[in-house]
Design a protein. Structure first.
Length: 262
């Protein structure tokens, strides 16, 4: 039950640095993600920038994952593998998920990016998914329970007639990439463990326009919506403080709003 790591005050500094680098990398991608670029080029850009900053990419070799970031286009829910053959086209939406290890600490964050011009349906999905993440973070405070996070996300997504993916969840994080707790993006108020100061975890809702069901492709990684409907995701790494929480992976130049490049 109670195997959720509680970190010390000084550990926040390590997470702050790792989170900052993660955000700085994502900030750079606004200019790079354009029609005609391959997802492998985006991978290589991130890989090089991670190493240049004295960090390592956590996904590379993690349980056999072959690349340094995840690139999930359109109906891919998560864990898309960057490829030279996947060329982005105007109208695509893409989630880029970056996890760095800096001085032993993990920063894990993902955002949606739009390629060229996208339609209103895709635009609305991205906006609502971003708001789902913010609503989850809002209730991630001491005294609340993990079920409160899932409840807020599910309630909002379903009020917009979207569905919440059940097969993947947020996670504890710190010196280890994935630790307890599993942070579900659906649930009921007051359920699950209590949220306490010193906990570090991610919230990373995946929201579909269609049904919630997903399947994994033959590569063993790529998760897609079964009905091929569009899916979006945002992720932050946060730390629980005495008063509330600190978002470690906030954009560093405020360049980022999901739809600012439409
Ligand atoms: N960054 C993902 C997460 O949010 C995990 C990717 S694991 C990988 O937890 F192996 F697919 F890279
Ligand atoms: Co994560
Ligand atoms: Co991630």
């Amino acid at each position: 039950m109670n195997n959720i790591p509680i970190h010390k005050f000084k550990d926040f500094e390590g997470m702050r640095k790792a989170g900052k680098l993660t955000a700085k990398i994502l900030d750079e991608l606004n200019d790079i993600i354009q029609p005609g670029i391959s997802t492998d080029k985006i991978n290589n850009f991130c890989h090089d920038m991670i190493l240049d900053n004295g960090a390592t990419p956590a996904p590379l070799g993690y349980r056999g994952f072959p690349k340094s970031i995840c690139t999930s286009v359109n109906h891919i829910v998560c864990h898309g593998i960057p490829s030279e053959n996947k060329i982005l086209q105007s109208g695509d939406i893409i989630n880029i998920d970056v996890t760095v290890i800096l001085n032993g600490w993990h920063g894990d964050s993902s955002r949606m990016f739009v390629v060229g011009r996208i339609n209103k349906k895709a635009e609305n999905l991205i906006k609502i998914t971003y708001e789902c993440l913010l609503k989850g973070i809002e209730v991630a405070i001491p005294g609340n329970h993990f079920g409160d996070i899932g409840y807020q996300i599910q309630k909002y997504a379903e009020s917009k007639k979207y569905s919440v993916v059940r097969d993947f969840c947020g996670h504890g994080i710190g010196k280890i990439f994935h630790t307890p707790p599993s942070v579900l993006h659906f649930g009921k108020p007051n359920e699950g463990d209590e949220i306490k100061p010193g906990m570090f975890f991610t919230i990373e809702p995946m929201i579909n326009i269609g049904k919630k069901e997903v399947k994994i492709l033959n590569d063993g990684w790529t998760a897609v919506t079964r009905d091929k409907s569009l899916s979006a995701q945002f992720e932050h790494t946060i730390g629980i403080t005495e008063k509330g929480n600190e978002i470690f992976t906030l954009s560093q130049n405020n360049s980022y709003f999901p739809l600012n490049i439409l």
